[in-house]
Design a protein around this ligand. Structure first.
Ligand code: PAF
Length: 282
């Protein structure tokens, strides 16, 4: 695997492979099996795979979260090498934002950024759009790989691609879970032992929502999940919402949409976990 820290070096390498398909997996490092599943998909479907590791400061609305974000470049690099990734792009903040972090792209997100996470993480998705747009301009991949765990993130990036008519295919890879059901995330390593023990309740709440679709109303399912997610000590659900998977707007009745998704964010002590499940898609 070749590693590049500058745009120029990476592009010089990619120029050598003109006409070949390029799969691209953007990450912020602290790689786990969820990321590796994205790499594996890309490796299977493209001639070359590029992974980026860049802890993007513009998507953190809380400075302490940015400071605490795990940075494990050496271990990450070894995992990528083992997976068979061709190129790693690990730029500095200055390299990514040579004109400063304020320069960004304007995209009509059709209110997608205002739902779910948007209410609790102001500015977060603007930062994600800014960095993914810049990365796509640099790498110019054939396919972009993102995880379903960040449901709102991939929905927003799909809207960006559509609205800017970018020539890239977005591939969404299903959520990877630990044996007990916890969705894999770079934040999981920050859970205390006690909080980790209870973490499967999130997946349980999602499965319970799916099971209850026939017998309970949308509001009842949401209420029930909020109650259960707040039971363990130190657990505090921020939201558990059932939405239309295209607009991310809350639905009131199960028949309001043919693409129904349950999404949740839960504080487990000081760690914020998110998860989701597609309840219906026809
Ligand atoms: O999902 C992430 O890790 C990040 O939001 C992304 C897509 C790499 C942009 O910084």
């Amino acid at each position: 695997m070749k590693t590049f820290t500058t745009v120029k070096e990476l592009q010089n390498e990619l120029k050598k492979h003109k006409g070949k398909s390029i799969g691209f997996v953007p990450t912020m490092g602290a790689l786990h099996s969820g990321h590796i599943a994205l790499m594996k998909n890309s490796l299977k479907e493209n001639d070359f795979t590029v992974c980026s590791i860049f802890v993007n400061p513009t998507q953190f609305n809380v400075k302490s979260d940015l400071d605490k974000y795990p940075r494990t470049l050496k271990a990450d690099s070894e995992k990528l090498q083992k997976a068979g990734v061709d190129f790693l792009f690990a730029p500095s903040v200055k390299e990514m934002y040579p004109k400063g972090t304020k320069e960004t792209v304007k995209v009509n997100l059709k209110g997608l950024d205002k739902q779910m996470e948007g209410q609790f993480r102001p500015g977060h998705f603007e930062g994600v759009v800014q960095v993914v747009h810049r990365l796509l301009k640099i790498v110019k991949p054939t396919r972009l790989y993102m995880g379903q765990k960040d449901f709102q993130q991939f929905t927003i990036i799909a809207q960006m691609i559509k609205s800017l008519r970018m020539k890239v295919e977005l591939v969404v890879v299903k959520i990877q879970r630990a044996k007990d059901g916890l969705a894999l995330s770079s934040r999981n390593v920050r859970l205390t032992e006690a909080k980790r023990k209870w973490a499967p309740i999130i997946y349980k709440a999602l499965k319970e929502a799916k099971r209850s679709m026939k017998s309970k109303s949308v509001a009842e399912v949401e209420e029930n999940a909020m109650k259960n997610l707040g039971k363990p000590r130190g657990y505090e659900p921020e939201y558990f919402t059932i939405v239309d998977g295209y607009t991310l707007k809350p639905i009131e009745n199960w028949d309001d949409s043919d693409y129904v998704v349950a999404a949740t964010a839960v504080w487990a002590g000081k760690v914020r976990l998110i998860d989701n499940m597609i309840l219906k898609q026809s």
